[in-house]
Design a protein around this ligand. Structure first.
Ligand code: ZN
Ligand code: ZN
Length: 294
């Protein structure tokens, strides 16, 4: 049975409160997620996709957003960005980097460019925009990547039926990001990778490194509390020194649940980093797409 929206929302609110209690330094991040939760339901996610029809097998490794024009409700996204900048700015006394965001009010064309850069994983453009407007590049990039979540989620919903099966690349078949988590789904423990940016889910092979394709068992490992290893662990690869968290889930995680679960399992990130494993630095495939006003 489907849960009523109000029930789901109250569950999210409770988890956000728990997170804030557990790690007070995350208050800024929690405030941003609260705004994104509202943005996922609102017109910030209104998009139209335009692009040449995809010719089968012409570029089998290219994610579906590659070559598309994404028409967005720029006004709604500008408003969402303003709310996020305000939320981040409130934490300025705690996070020095957020101080520069406090009075930042980019115009419509800058917002469009920033969202396009976030979707295309174009870090140099984001950094140049931040430096030109004298704001902290890392803080701005964090906020802008979140603003891109609602339109990306809508793109993913529109394109879900066109994902090639099987999709054997490690990165997201819609937007090219590396997965945020692996879900071990249902009693069969099907391994499903999840994109944190657009929310896409795609099936993946067991005992194969998502990033480098390593399949030799002695190169692959798992970190986590012994009593919880079946339900939450960091899967590691000695060959590329990267890790991916995997979480048991009876039903598919909602998009915001993915972001929350990532925060709630930070002890796995700590364990992986302590042993010299890292997350990949950028996207698995840099898509080229254009963001335009609707
Ligand atoms: Zn994606
Ligand atoms: Zn690897």
């Amino acid at each position: 049975m489907r849960r009523p929206a109000a029930y789901v929302r109250s569950g999210v609110a409770r988890r956000l409160e728990d997170l804030e209690r557990r790690v007070p330094q995350w208050r800024a991040w929690v405030a941003l997620l609260e705004e994104i939760e509202a943005g996922l339901d609102a017109s910030a996610g209104n998009v139209t996709l335009e692009g040449p029809p995809r010719v089968a097998d012409s570029a089998p490794a290219a994610p579906l957003l590659d070559g598309q024009t994404v028409r967005v409700d720029l006004e709604a996204l500008s408003e969402l960005l303003a709310r996020l900048l305000k939320a981040a700015g409130r934490e300025a006394p705690v996070h020095a980097a957020a101080r520069s965001l406090k009075r930042y009010q980019p115009g419509g064309e800058t917002v469009r460019r920033l969202i396009e850069a976030a979707i295309c994983h174009d870090e140099p453009t984001m950094t140049a925009a931040a430096e030109a407007d004298r704001v902290d590049p890392a803080a701005l990039a964090t906020v802008v990547r979140l603003v891109a979540v609602p339109p990306l989620a809508t793109c993913a919903a529109r394109l879900a039926g066109r994902i090639p099966e099987p999709w054997s690349c490690g990165y997201c078949p819609v937007c090219g990001s590396w997965p945020l988590l692996a879900e071990l789904r249902g009693v069969e423990r099907e391994r499903v990778l999840r994109c944190g940016r657009c929310g896409t889910a795609w099936r993946a092979q067991w005992l194969r490194c998502t990033y480098c394709g390593e399949t030799r068992h002695r190169q692959l490992g798992a970190l986590g509390a012994a009593e919880a290893l079946e339900s939450r662990k960091a899967e590691t690869c000695v060959t590329c020194r990267r890790y991916l968290k995997s979480i048991a889930a009876l039903t598919p995680l909602r998009h915001l649940d993915l972001l929350l679960t990532d925060l709630e399992t930070v002890e796995l990130d700590v364990a992986a980093h302590e042993r010299g494993y890292g997350r990949p630095p950028a996207s698995g495939y840099r898509v080229t797409c254009r963001v335009a006003p609707a």
